[in-house]
Design a protein around this ligand. Structure first.
Ligand code: ATP
Length: 337
């Protein structure tokens, strides 16, 4: 039970929106397509579903070429940004639509709808009108409808991006638990790193129609292949270093990194990779921004222009103050393969 995509290219006129994409999703695995706006994520997802014609390449399920198989026969479930529910039907009828489309006997509908509502955390919502649901509830119903016919692959295109931040975070956590519990094979499109990392086992980073890196979530996060991918994944400062015995020495100090091989390395630092501390390299604060969980700083360091760093929310720092910064391995990525 697996999806395999090879050399998939989609042109709009002479413009190549997706170029030679190669992807595999194994049984029960969740893969996130992560990339900036316009990078080709939705086009690739639509091409896999059969909604977008391929210019070249293949989409296979368990080895079977799907090129002649129409969208509704692929046994894929789809969830889009705005759930696209039927506004004149209640919650149960919206979910049962998926069952009717797949010839599930009517006698089984009530029980199946109940089980699906349970699964998405909306037990008892059968008779609610969909126009009376909150955005988050509506997306849960859309998810239940997509899951109703037990699709072999679930495709989610920015399923949470229409929701406000707090709800989005909660629903991402719920959705991750649901996907794991039901062992669903899924492809998720998102431009939000946090969401990709919460939900997926593996990520494929797309830029300009090309898959730039693909791998286990933790690996891609800790070891981006190049500076472009690293920047997209939140790295703001780069510094060269020398590794020896699991410790990297750089102009910004020392940091212990597991599995680092001896020799020259390039580090990519996210803002929390540099923290205000009692000792470390000295610099002058040039900007201070208060965030929910920390204070973000821009610090000028002699010979290194400026770097981003963080301080605790309780730190009373102002532009012009002198601080010392130490590397925090949690915010340090190692560039290259
Ligand atoms: N129907 C179309 N005709 C022509 N160009 C298109 C069409 N659909 C998408 N494109 C172009 O293809 C490129 C990829 O678009 P796509 O929607 O796949 O990107 P995306 O990564 O999903 O972006 P977003 O996150 O903004 O939805 C963009 O440059 C877009 O303008």
């Amino acid at each position: 039970m697996s999806l395999s995509v090879r050399d998939l290219t989609v042109h709009y006129g002479s413009f190549a929106a997706v170029k030679d994409a190669r992807l595999d999703i194994a049984d029960g695995e969740v893969l996130a397509l992560l990339g900036p706006s316009g990078s080709g994520k939705s086009t690739l997802l639509r091409a896999i579903t059969g909604l977008e014609p391929l210019t070249s390449g293949t989409v296979r399920w368990d080895g079977e070429d799907l090129s002649g198989v129409p969208v509704h026969r692929r046994e894929f479930g789809l969830v889009f940004q705005d759930g696209q529910l039927f506004p004149h039907q209640d919650v149960a009828s919206n979910i049962a639509f998926g069952l009717r489309m797949h010839d599930v006997p009517r006698a089984e509908h009530v029980e199946r709808v109940r089980a699906l509502l349970d699964l998405v955390g909306l037990a008892g919502y059968e008779r609610r009108r969909v126009t009376e649901l909150s955005g988050g509830q509506a997306q849960r119903v859309a998810l239940a409808r997509a899951l109703a016919p037990e699709p072999r692959l679930l495709l989610l295109d920015e399923p949470l991006s229409g929701l406000d931040a707090g709800l989005r975070e909660q629903l991402a956590i719920d959705l991750a638990a649901l996907l794991r519990r039901s062992k669903i094979t899924a492809l998720l499109v998102t431009h939000d790193q946090e969401e990709a990392f919460t939900l997926a086992d593996r990520v494929a980073v797309l830029d300009d129609g090309e898959i730039r890196q693909e791998g286990a979530v933790r690996r891609v996060w800790r070891q981006p292949v190049d500076e472009d991918v690293a920047r997209f994944l939140g790295v703001t400062t780069f510094v060269d270093g020398e590794a020896s015995g699991g410790v990297v020495r750089s102009a910004l100090g020392e940091v212990a990194l597991p599995d680092v091989e001896d020799g020259a390395v390039r580090l990519g630092l996210r803002p929390h990779g540099l923290r205000v501390s009692l000792d470390g390299v000295e610099g002058e604060v040039t900007a201070v921004v208060h965030r929910r969980e920390h204070v973000r700083l821009v610090v000028a360091i002699d010979g290194l222009s400026t770097v981003d760093a963080v301080a605790p929310v309780t730190a009373d720092l102002r532009p012009g103050d002198t601080v010392r910064l130490a590397l925090d391995p949690d915010g340090v990525a190692l560039l290259g393969d």
